[in-house]
Design a binder for this molecule. Structure first.
Ligand code: NAD
Length: 478
């Protein structure tokens, strides 16, 4: 059991104002792993006060000095990488091997990269008779979800600190233990008191208190479109800058000249990563009508490799979902797909076989593929956040592009073709923030974010740093 009973405020472990706690469940077994305190508005106010008080000095700390702290934090996370991987494998359910590489590996790299970037970034330039300087935004409120919990925190905290902002973090209540590891690492790095603060609790309580607080200058949020809308409404009252990384319903467009075996396997792998709980998951596979039978067989074959199992076992490829609520949601979508007349190629809503012993209490679901999905149907439009792939057929390239863009989201996508130039032409017409061509690998330095209701603003690399900066021009007398 990992029971935490403190917040991290003003460089110290602070006692919560109430005795309320939140249970954290092990996704693999359903058992309670421990608790974290459920903060109240008073706790959040104390954290914001600390961040405000620390801002002046931190914003004037030279970038090279700020970079030293970021490097120390990266090294501190690296020293605890195994613990982070194991914690997230249990909190979220991602298989341990992947958790080590992605859930623990990415945050270490993100802090390290921002330390490096600070060495190169130009905080000012001369434009005519003006000196244009880039000031930190101020106090940043960071609110994060559970699916890649520490990476989503790192993508906000590292660039905000690099920019010279101070931060109050409200991590996900479903996977908060990894955030405590980060707070401990930050504490050990000697970061000045108040520069980083953390309060755990429920979104509508401490999350909203953070967004509404008049001393918070900017909000960086990753999570559902529903919560993103609410946060925007509240932040508008204080005319605050808001960065939103929200949901997605991304299309993998397989063109008629693509290597089908590679394209289908690549799409299924992308869709099922983290049991489908990835905002950029390509959950709609768009294929030429004439190739449907072949694609269907290849997809069923690829899905079979994802046997659900214990996330702590080295050989598991498909872990459980993160919570009982998520399990219910995903099963309901699978039933809905069947009711709406899609062809169930493989999988289904019933519990998978082979889940034995204490794993029976975990949140396992069958890897599922639907064929002949109507693009306008519920499973063709809504984000499911589970290992559920929808195959949609199209008549020609124009129709493929139209279907790919016909959703409220625009986060990610993929295009597969034997002709890379043709693939790029299609990708350029897709209204989404990042599109992989023929399985092009993830690039940490590229901007990450969405079009339409997938949000606005960008994270990662220099683009993520710029979100936390404000321009100021000083007109010089000539
Ligand atoms: P969620 O919106 O329920 O919660 C995210 C965070 O917001 C949590 O910390 C929660 O406590 C807080 N929150 C909830 N309601 C709030 C409110 N009214 N005010 C302030 N804070 C509030 O989302 P989730 O279930 O944790 O995450 C899943 C969603 O996140 C999916 O829709 C997924 O697509 C999206 N996501 C997007 C990205 C991206 O970068 N675009 C990345 C990962 C996840």
């Amino acid at each position: 059991m990992a029971n935490h009973d403190k917040f991290y405020i003003n460089g110290q472990w602070a006692t919560p104002s109430t005795k309320e706690t939140i249970d954290v469940h092990n996704a693999g077994t359903g058992a309670v792993m421990g608790t974290v305190p459920a903060g109240a508005e008073k706790d959040m106010n104390a954290a914001v006060d600390a961040a405000r008080a620390a801002f002046d000095a931190w914003s004037q700390t030279p970038p090279a000095k700020r970079a030293e702290y970021l490097s120390k934090i990266s090294a501190g996370l690296k020293a605890r990488a195994d613990e982070i991987a194991k914690s997230i494998a249990q909190e979220v359910g991602m298989p341990i091997k992947l958790s080590a590489r992605i859930q623990a590996g990415l945050p270490i790299a993100v802090f390290g990269n921002y330390a490096k970037l600070l060495g190169e970034f130009k905080f000012e330039e001369q434009v005519g008779n003006s000196l244009v300087v880039r000031d930190p935004m101020g106090v940043v409120g960071a609110i994060t979800p559970w699916n890649y919990p520490l990476n989503q925190i790192a993508l906000k905290v590292a660039p905000a600190l690099a920019a010279g902002c101070t931060v109050v973090l409200k991590p996900s209540e479903i996977a908060p233990f990894n955030a405590y590891i980060l707070a401990e690492v930050i504490h050990e790095s000697g970061l000045p008191a108040g520069v980083f603060n953390m309060v755990t609790g429920l979104g509508p309580v401490v999350g909203e208190a953070l967004v509404k607080h008049p001393e918070v200058d900017a909000i960086s949020f990753t999570g559902s479109t529903r919560a993103g809308k609410r946060i925007s409404e509240l932040a508008a009252q204080g005319v605050k800058r808001v960065t939103l990384e929200l949901g997605g319903k991304s299309a993998s467009v397989i063109l008629d000249d693509a290597d089908l075996a590679t394209a289908v396997k690549g799409t299924v792998n992308n869709c099922y990563l983290n049991s489908g709980q990835t905002c950029t998951a390509t959950t709609r596979m768009l294929v030429p009508e004439s190739k449907y039978a072949e694609v269907k067989a290849l997809a069923a074959e690829a899905a079979k490799a994802f046997t659900p199992g214990d996330p702590l076992a080295e050989t598991t490829r498909l872990g459980p979902l993160s919570s009982a609520m998520q399990l219910e949601r995903v099963r309901a979508y699978i039933r809905k797909g069947q009711e709406e007349g899609a062809e169930l190629v493989t999988g289904g809503a019933e519990a998978p076989e082979g889940i034995e012993g204490q794993l029976r209490g975990g949140y396992y679901v069958k890897p599922t593929v639907f064929g002949k999905v109507n693009p306008k149907s519920t499973i063709g439009q809504e984000e499911i956040f589970g290992p559920v792939l929808s195959i949609i057929t199209y008549k020609d390239e124009e129709e493929a592009i139209r279907i790919a863009n016909d959703t409220i989201y625009g986060l990610a996508g993929g295009v597969w073709s034997g002709d890379a130039a043709r693939a790029q032409k299609v990708a350029r017409r897709m209204r989404a923030g990042q599109i992989d061509i023929n399985g092009g690998p993830f690039n940490m330095a590229a901007p990450f974010g969405g079009f339409k209701q997938s949000g606005h603003g960008r994270e990662a690399g220099v683009y993520g740093l710029e979100e936390f900066l404000e321009y100021k021009s000083l007109q010089l007398k000539q």
